[in-house]
Design a protein around this ligand. Structure first.
Ligand SMILES: C[S@@+](CC[C@H](N)C(=O)[O-])C[C@H]1O[C@@H](n2cnc3c(N)ncnc32)[C@H](O)[C@@H]1O
Length: 250
């Protein structure tokens, strides 16, 4: 997929179409990590900043922030936000870039491309841009959560006396890909193949990219993030993304 074209096309309706992790983070886990790493003397980069949804959280916590994204149209929206310590740069984060060395990197739902190598290139770039004692917080979709949500849906149908084989295929269209794709966490979200990760895989992949993982935590969301009208009985455990806290391993 041509990421630049795709995200420029989505830009006008980005806020309606793209899931808002910050608003939906029911236990405010992200805020906890921003506070933990906050330092008014430190520089940060928001890798794949989109239209700047993280800026309201990052701006007050760091001296300055560089927002990088492949989409010029999303950066144009970010530019209009009222922060005076944020600068912006258009770049493809899967490629080699001249980036400053910083103390903190935030990267939320960007290393989610269908090309596994491209995601590793993004993670390697995070490692390269971190100062020796620098830290990163990376958010990525959970494969366990995607499988669990599918199980919840099947379970819900069973309660309504619909056997799994009678469920309309469109309901489980995320899993329509090849077996080997699904097993690699390549699951479609709204028609876009999106990389999902297992907790154990994260440890291996991040380590291969030179990143030392210190914490893997859930960012939990309400069930309406998965289903348009979830029933009242559908409660915890809730669906989630993985939050990974890591350092550059030096
Ligand atoms: C799901 S959005 C997340 C945006 C933002 N991090 C947030 O959480 O609101 C994915 C973002 O990654 C950007 N992106 C995708 N591929 C990229 C690449 N190769 N280099 C830089 N940015 C990329 C997109 O333009 C988009 O803004």
């Amino acid at each position: 997929m041509n990421e630049k074209k795709h995200w420029n096309q989505i830009a006008p309706t980005y806020n309606q179409e793209i899931f808002d992790v910050f608003q939906s983070d029911s236990k405010k886990v992200l805020s906890k990590y921003f506070k933990k790493h906050a330092n008014p003397k430190h520089q940060a980069i928001d890798f794949g900043c989109g239209n700047g949804k993280a800026f309201s959280y990052l701006s007050s916590q760091f001296k300055n922030i560089l927002g990088i994204d492949i989409s010029r149209k999303l950066l144009n929206q970010a530019e209009k936000l009222p922060y005076n310590n944020i600068s912006l740069k258009q770049a493809d984060l899967t490629k080699r870039n001249r980036l400053p060395k910083v103390d903190f990197v935030f990267c939320c739902n960007v290393a989610i491309l269908s090309g596994v190598e491209s995601n590793m290139a993004i993670l390697r770039n995070i490692q390269k841009t971190l100062k020796p004692n620098g830290n990163a917080v990376v958010v990525i979709p959970s494969l366990e959560s995607a499988l669990f949500s599918a199980w919840r849906l099947i379970d819900w149908y069973k309660k309504e006396n619909v056997r799994p084989e009678k469920i309309e295929s469109s309901e489980l269209s995320g899993f329509a890909g090849k077996k080997t794709d699904i097993l690699q966490g390549l699951i479609s979200i709204d028609g876009v193949i999106t990389k999902h990760y297992t907790q154990q895989e994260i440890k291996i992949i991040f380590s291969r990219c030179g990143l030392t993982v210190s914490k893997i935590e859930k960012i939990e969301y309400a069930w309406n993030s998965e289903f348009s009208k979830p029933p009242k009985w559908m409660k915890a455990p809730f669906p989630w993304d993985w939050l990974i806290e890591c350092s550059n391993g030096i």
